[in-house]
Design a protein around this ligand. Sequence first.
Ligand SMILES: Cc1cc2nc3c(=O)[nH]c(=O)nc-3n(C[C@H](O)[C@H](O)[C@H](O)COP(=O)(O)OP(=O)(O)OC[C@H]3O[C@@H](n4cnc5c(N)ncnc54)[C@H](O)[C@@H]3O)c2cc1C
Length: 386
Amino acid sequence: MDLTFTPEQQRLRAEAATWLAANMPDPPLASMDTADGFKAHRAWERQLHDAGWAVVAWPEEYGGRGLDLIEWLVFEEEYWRSGAPGRVGQNGLFLLGPTLMEHGTEEQRARFLPPMARADEIWCQGWSEPQAGSDLASLRSTARRDGEEWVLSGQKIWVSRGAFAEWMFGLFRSEPGSERHRGLSFILVPLDADGVDVRPIAQLDGETGFAEVFLDDVRVPADLCTVGHPGDGWRIAMSTAGFERGVSLRSPGRFLAPAERLVARWVESAGPGRPSARDEVLDAWMDAEAYRLYQYRTVSHVLEGGAVGFEASLNKLFWSQMDLHLHETALRLLGADAALAGDEAPDGGAWLDGFLFALAGPIYAGTNQIQRNIVAERVLDLPRSR
Ligand SMILES: Cc1cc2nc3c(=O)[nH]c(=O)nc-3n(C[C@H](O)[C@H](O)[C@H](O)COP(=O)(O)OP(=O)(O)OC[C@H]3O[C@@H](n4cnc5c(N)ncnc54)[C@H](O)[C@@H]3O)c2cc1C
């Protein structure tokens, strides 16, 4: 792996930084977990799309720039360094999008990817159910085939951005009597269809970050809405989970930017009477930099034809713990100021918000306990614990 950036990559970095500096929303957008904030984030996504920055590594025909993954990492570093808003379309752009590129039909790619890139249709993920979180294979929602349609019934929970999104991708038991990972189908669901009832759930900060989605005989066209073959949904979902745990959802730029801001805060605040926290700040920055280098290596490996596989679970463990440590360090450094909100708060309250969200990192995308099981059994080949 060559860590020297080519002149083209450096030009891309400069172009992205210039565009972002000129177009940064001012004042910052309201939370995407509110109706107004969601609208404002959708408008930002469209602005990114129209300028060619929405999905730089997608083919041009679907709204991308046709760049490679190294160039995507470069763009991501500049994106997060500039302080640009979180990506409200991320479940589509970084999870379903790559899944459709790998497993979808040409018709599905042409129908779903361009409006996803333009944020005309925002997607959410409907996997978890009240009795099926870590043990996803025990899900109970069903898909019954009726001619050219699926008839969907059941309940999904913890659907991020479900309160405002247009479409949901989900897993359904489509073969009656099948068990566990067999007989599941990966199905796309329009949330405005008859029989869909979306009920918002407030998260820790009171905003509607989640929804429960109830499905009561919801009809969707089977050909258009099944990703992969009926009954093969588990394999497709595991490929999506690989994107979620691996590099695509959590690019290193996302952690490097706050790590650099933390170092700047420490430089500003260090002095007599202030907590030092020097070693912790250094550790947090080194972790972010190590993650960055590891991802450049992973992406180089993928570009040379390699695959990621179960190492995605190691990745997930690393970024979720790194994010938590980074924000705990920031809160310790800020002391009582960390509890301030609004204009009085350091960095507009971003550290406290970031900490609250980091608490969820060890849970979503598969809990860290489950990731440790996967690493033990599939990466290290240790015997199963039970
Ligand atoms: C911020 C956030 C966003 C989310 N977004 C979505 C979304 O968009 N779509 C969606 O479908 N879901 C989403 N989820 C749900 C998430 O995927 C689940 O919460 C997660 O899979 C855990 O499932 P559970 O909550 O049912 O916990 P459980 O499965 O009940 O687990 C409870 C605890 O027991 C542990 N545990 C369970 N089994 C084992 C085992 N075999 N070995 C060791 N420990 C075990 C778990 O690790 C966990 O600590 C989100 C969750 C959060 C927090």
